[in-house]
Design a protein. Structure first.
Lengths: 175, 364, 468
């Protein structure tokens, strides 16, 4: 026969009551966006082992001193570069309140803007009949082939990459 | 010294030519219109075919330049080796304009500006996988809008590339945080110089009143954007005594920086003019640098020593040294013969003045 | 200028220690305290506070952001599961007096994982989202089921990019296969080495032969794998403390330079007689050991340490250091690490497992079969943050400290006692007092050891601030 427990419940031990509305127990959540922002902004990576008490730190690669060889002397007129839309759209999901468990991850939102534009490019290529793959924002070989064909047909320089000219031709414009 | 420019001959062209040198005709990752294939060689003269355009290049001795990305400007007979595929040290000079006048500047500023962001964009798309590309000047953020466009477009096509951007952090605004957070900041390191935690000393060294105050707000903006920050401090007689205080300020006020790089002086540009005044021989007196390092480490700040030859650093601080001198301007001295640490040492700058430099240089 | 609120503690005579929420600290005197509380700070006061970023001018300015970052770094943000303690068997080949888990006899049946349990463990581990995992094997004596250890290790190595294993073993009986198992560099050994040979034998190994066998295994492990991969932790009887010098020398002779002073926690089989941990003699012993280590480090140019003191010093000066799970804030339970018992029950900590085993309180948070009980976890996690405690809120050591809900439960059956009445708080007040005493010491011998414990060659003068 199993003995009863000395302390019969968490409540008896002084933990707060759960209450009827605590049915869906969330992981601890942040109260406000600002705090979550700070966490997702500052990142740390330390690991520690007890045995031997040695700590392993993830070493960031050290960039070397940078300077150049000297100027490029000929004047060149600035060629158009695309101005990407600024984020007045939905903030990246990692900045919204979320269980702290995700707070340490690399922000997927950093590349949301890229994925967004890449998906628009793929959608346009599909609409014009050059591409039939998934619209997933990942520019793989199928996308590149489609881009090259598009560029050739539109008398653009064929590179297989998303150039400012490609975006202009597709009418994908800034905000 | 490794040449960064090659003599070329080709028919006239109106726009900058950016292309990649390919020795292997059977390569599978060809970019149409951008890859120039080696057709023949005669001595050090190599003949390439870029989609029908013939280009003659004088290759440097001992190098094949295979997969190098080069740029030829209209009316010129040189090709700039923008990205050397076999090197870890490739830097794009995006402007020669600058709003500061640092006493040790290795690239003294000029008034005019050539916008080459489009050729640079084309070049980056041809870079080897996971290449690290330096962005330098002058002050790159004087052309912030163009630079941001450039970064965004390159990352759109080549998310694997990393950038190391040198900037004095004088031109950031709150509004930039949003855009910066759209970039993949894990692929960018922002190298920001700070010379002292005293505004007076820092401003005097960079030749601009108010620089330190603006620098601080620039760093907070980078921090809010989640940027990786490499704080850089060149050791000078002017700031040597203030290194300990600077270390504490970094630990307290800029603890989010990824690394604090303490750097030795380079004998080029204004650095050469001011060498006598500013060179601090840390091989005979490492006390001030040690003070800075110890304080930073105490508070958990990562520290690195750039451009300090290993033999000039006390043995228990050598782990912070790294091979920081770009390969194209690196040399070793006669004393370095048979040194066991040569392969990990940064060596010396090509223009290091042996008669006025470190007193204590010896093989390990 | 806005000054971050300061907490303070009287250090004796007229000296006070001050700190703010980011963990920045300084020493000053009673007159400063009066000026601060009576709102008549001088120009020099403002200058000091401003120079060292105890104040800021505008929200979001550089000092503000530095403070925010330090504050953030002291928080233990809940991470994905990355650390599991696995108890594949409760059986043991020793009969230690103070065994806290009420182990089972070596030949007993029904105290090991079944095949189905093992598969459920694999299932839980395969659902882990991160790419790194630390696995600690406890028991009983884990080596009695080397087969289960091997199975888990293979699985984890394949599934995770970064994997690390710790085997908590009594090193009493190590087979050839077990030595082979230990050879991998990702596998660490953790064992017990009690106060003195006599004590170790009295409490654990019992017979001289068994003791010699243990010592020989320990020696071999140290020789083959070195102190980076082998830790030996003492459990000390406060009523029978060894001579500090002999104690330290025993470890030094084995090449072990990190000593973690732990008291026997009288639970488990030793609960028959409730021993009060005699604070005075314990802390006298503690200080003597640390003092001996400091002298020895100086004379012999070593870097020996008392592990927990070093840990506290690092928490004070640097923040972070949240991977030592006993001291962190908030000390989330059942989130980034769990304990899976021999019978498939899941607990938030090893001590929670022990308390439940001795029928003290049921702290199981689920089982392999039924999954985690989120509601119970939620309830437990209401009490894990020292931000919420009205006593901790005013404590000068709060930024470096943390709550230990399980320890409170084991001693007082309650978690809501005023802090100063708990062992955990008293212990940490004493230890932090000692840590700061050492930090502010002007003795070069002390400073030399403090520097070594912080991983430095010397302790710079401006690390610890004084305002006069």
């Amino acid at each position: 026969m199993t003995k009863k427990f000395l302390v019969t419940s968490l409540l008896a031990a002084g933990f707060p009551a759960t209450g009827a509305d605590a049915l869906v127990a969330p992981k601890p959540t942040w109260q406000n966006q600002e705090t979550a922002k700070i966490f997702s902004v500052f990142r740390q990576a330390h690991t520690y082992t007890l045995a031997g008490h040695s700590s392993h730190r993830s070493h960031s690669s050290h960039a070397s001193h940078r300077s150049s060889s000297g100027g490029y002397s000929a004047p060149a007129s600035p060629l158009p570069l695309y101005t990407p839309p600024l984020s007045d759209s939905t903030p990246p999901s990692s900045i919204l309140p979320s269980p702290p468990a995700t707070a340490l991850r690399t922000l997927p939102g950093n590349t949301a803007a890229f994925t967004n534009i890449a998906m628009q490019v793929q959608a346009a290529l599909t609409a014009y009949g050059y591409y039939s793959g998934p619209i997933d924002g990942i520019i793989g070989s199928a996308s590149r082939t489609a881009l090259s064909k598009f560029q050739a047909d539109y008398s653009l320089k064929v590179t297989g990459t998303i150039t400012p000219e490609v975006l202009d031709a597709m009418g994908i414009v800034a905000k | 010294m490794i040449p960064l420019q090659l003599k070329v001959q080709t028919a006239a062209h109106a726009e900058p030519l950016v292309f990649r040198l390919r020795n292997d005709e059977h390569a599978t990752d060809i970019v149409p219109g951008k890859d120039a294939f080696l057709k023949s060689r005669s001595g050090n003269l190599a003949y390439y075919d870029l989609d029908g355009r013939e280009i003659q290049v004088a290759l440097p001795s001992g190098e094949t330049c295979d997969n190098d990305v080069v740029m030829v400007l209209p009316g010129r007979s040189t090709a700039h080796r923008l990205i050397r595929s076999a090197s870890r040290h490739n830097t794009l000079l995006v402007t020669e304009q600058c709003d500061q006048l640092c006493v040790m500047c290795s690239q003294p500023p000029k008034a005019s500006h050539n916008d080459l962001f489009r050729p640079f964009f084309d070049a980056c798309l041809l870079a080897p996988r996971e290449a690290v590309i330096g962005i330098s000047g002058g002050e790159p953020l004087l052309h912030k809008a163009r630079l941001f466009d450039f970064l965004f477009m390159v990352h759109l096509n080549r998310p694997d590339l990393c950038f190391h951007i040198l900037t004095n952090a004088q031109h950031f605004e709150e509004a930039d945080v949003d855009f910066l957070r759209q970039l993949d900041q894990s692929k960018i390191t922002w190298g920001v110089p700070v010379y002292a935690s005293s505004a007076e000393i820092h401003d005097r060294i960079v030749g601009k009143v108010g620089a330190y105050a603006t620098l601080q707000s620039g760093l907070t903006i980078l921090a809010k954007a989640g940027a990786r920050i490499e704080l850089r401090t060149v050791v000078l007689r002017s700031n040597l005594g203030a290194l300990g205080a600077l270390a504490r300020t970094i630990a307290t006020r800029f603890p989010y920086c990824t690394v604090w790089a303490i750097m030795q002086l380079e004998n080029i540009g204004y650095g050469r003019q001011n060498w006598q005044l500013e060179f601090a021989d840390t091989s005979t007196d490492f006390v001030a640098v040690k003070a800075g390092i110890d304080v930073a480490l105490a508070f958990g700040i990562d520290v690195a020593l750039y451009n300090f030859p290993l033999c000039t650093v006390p043995s228990n601080y050598r782990i912070y040294c790294c091979a920081s001198i770009s390969d194209w301007k690196q040399k070793f001295l006669p004393e370095c013969d048979h040194c066991i640490a040569q392969h990990t040492c940064c060596g010396f700058f090509e223009w290091y003045p042996e008669d006025r430099g470190f007193e204590r240089v010896q093989r390990l | 200028m806005s000054i971050w609120p300061l907490q303070f503690r009287w250090l004796g005579q007229s000296e006070y220690l001050f700190s703010n929420d980011s963990g920045a600290f300084f020493r000053s005197d009673e007159r400063f305290l009066r000026r601060y509380t009576e709102e008549r700070l001088t120009e020099e006061d403002y200058q000091f506070l401003s120079d060292h970023d105890f104040a800021f001018s505008d929200v979001g300015d550089a000092p503000f952001l530095g403070h925010a970052y330090h504050w953030m770094k002291r928080l233990n943000t809940a991470a994905e599961l990355n650390y599991v303690i696995l108890v594949p068997t409760l059986r043991c080949n020793l009969t230690c007096d103070y065994c806290q888990v009420s182990r089972a006899a070596e030949t007993a049946k029904g105290f090991d994982w079944t095949e189905s349990d093992l598969n459920l463990v694999f299932k839980i581990l395969s659902e882990v989202k991160g790419d790194s995992l630390k696995v600690e094997f406890q028991g009983g004596e884990p080596l009695l089921r080397l087969d289960l250890l091997q199975a888990v290790r293979s699985f984890v190595r394949e599934r995770f990019k970064y994997a690390e294993f710790v085997v908590c073993t009594n090193l009493q009986s190590v087979s050839k296969e077990a030595w082979q198992f230990f050879e991998s560099s990702d596998t660490l050994i953790s064992t017990s080495l009690d106060g003195s040979p006599d004590l170790h034998r009295k409490l654990r190994t019992k017979s001289p032969d068994a003791h010699d066998e243990f010592l020989s295994n320990l020696g071999r492990a140290m020789a083959q794998f070195g102190p980076e991969r082998v830790s030996a932790l003492p459990t000390l009887d406060v009523n029978d403390l060894p001579d500090p010098a002999e104690f330290v020398e025993q470890y030094a002779e084995l090449g072990i330079h990190s000593i973690f002073l732990r008291q026997v926690n009288y639970q488990g089989f030793a609960r028959k007689v409730l021993h009060q941990s005699n604070s005075t003699s314990w802390y006298q012993f503690y200080r003597s050991v640390v003092h001996y280590i400091i002298e020895k480090n100086h004379c012999e140019d070593l870097a020996m340490e008392e592990f927990y003191l070093s840990h506290l010093l690092r928490r004070v000066i640097r923040g972070g250091q949240n991977n030592f799970v006993d001291l962190r804030n908030p000390n989330w339970l059942g989130i980034d690490y769990i304990v899976i018992d021999f019978d498939g029950k899941i607990y938030p900590t090893d001590e929670a497992r022990m308390l439940s085993r001795v029928r003290h309180i049921d702290l199981a948070i689920g089982s392999l079969q039924t999954g985690l009980d989120q509601q119970k976890l939620w309830q437990l996690n209401q009490a894990v943050s020292n931000f919420d405690d009205p006593d901790c809120a005013h404590c000068v050591y709060r930024p470096y400290c943390g709550l230990d809900v399980i320890d409170d439960l084991s001693r007082y059956q309650r978690v809501d006692l005023p802090r100063h009445m708990t062992h955990h708080c008293n212990k940490h007040m004493t230890l932090f007092d000692y840590a700061f005493e050492l930090l502010y010491s002007e003795s070069p011998v002390v400073r030399s050891s403090v520097a070594k414990w912080l991983g430095l060659t010397s302790l710079p003068d401006n690390v610890c601030l004084v305002h006069k």
